[in-house]
Design a protein around this ligand. Structure first.
Ligand SMILES: [Zn+2]
Length: 214
């Protein structure tokens, strides 16, 4: 993986980008460290945060067909972006209801009308401009129905943000092999530890152990 692929937070997890501009919301979530997979936090300092943003805006530009805004990351921005990431994660992991107290106020954007469409352009700079971009894309996606398909992996050690393209929209793991199986196995081991072990006898038909009630 070259440095550009590492900065592309969703691609480094070998995940497909969420459609349209929603990819920036996904990229923000996937910028987090994952110690289990030796993946560093891409928002740890100004340089890595700027690289992360450049890579994310390239994907955004490709997917929306719009010109990416110029946003420069300054000294306090990485910490503000990590806070923003924590807020956005709570949208997916907790039942957040009511006013978004941490949303940037006011959301800074210029709205333009062209060819029968309204588009927005985030204004300002640094973390405030990223926050406007992330909030506006999430808002648009929540109205087209795509936001509900952006999910965070149920494995608490993972939390990777993936876009659920399954027919029923019922995926809960970013990857069944690495997170689904590991967790299911651990849960069934824990269940066995906490419940009295029923006596097992080999089934005469299949040779598999069958549980026999006392
Ligand atoms: Zn996972």
């Amino acid at each position: 993986m070259n440095s550009d692929e590492i900065a592309q937070s969703t691609r480094r997890l070998k995940l497909e980008a969420a459609p349209g501009g929603l990819c920036v919301v996904q990229d923000l979530l996937n910028s987090a460290s994952m110690p289990a997979a030796s993946i560093p936090d891409l928002l740890s300092d100004e340089t890595s945060a700027q690289d992360w943003l450049a890579a994310s805006l390239r994907t955004w530009q490709e997917q929306t067909g719009r010109t990416a805004p110029h946003i420069t990351i300054g000294g306090d921005d990485p910490a503000a972006l990590r806070d923003l990431r924590g807020l956005v994660r709570r949208w997916f992991t907790e039942d957040v209801d009511g006013v978004d107290e941490h949303a940037p106020r006011p959301l800074e954007a210029a709205i333009t009308y062209r060819d029968g469409r309204l588009t927005y352009e985030p204004r300002g700079d640094g973390a405030a401009a990223v926050a406007s971009l992330v909030h506006l894309e999430a808002l648009l996606a929540s109205h087209t129905g795509t936001l509900s398909r952006l999910k965070t992996c149920r494995n608490p050690d993972c939390g990777a943000a993936f876009y659920d393209r399954s027919r029923n929209g019922t995926r809960v793991w970013h990857d069944m092999k690495t997170c689904g199986n590991a967790l299911n196995l651990r849960a069934s081991r824990a269940r066995r530890r906490h419940s009295p072990e029923p006596e097992a006898h080999p089934s005469p038909q299949t040779g598999e152990a069958v549980e026999v009630s006392p």
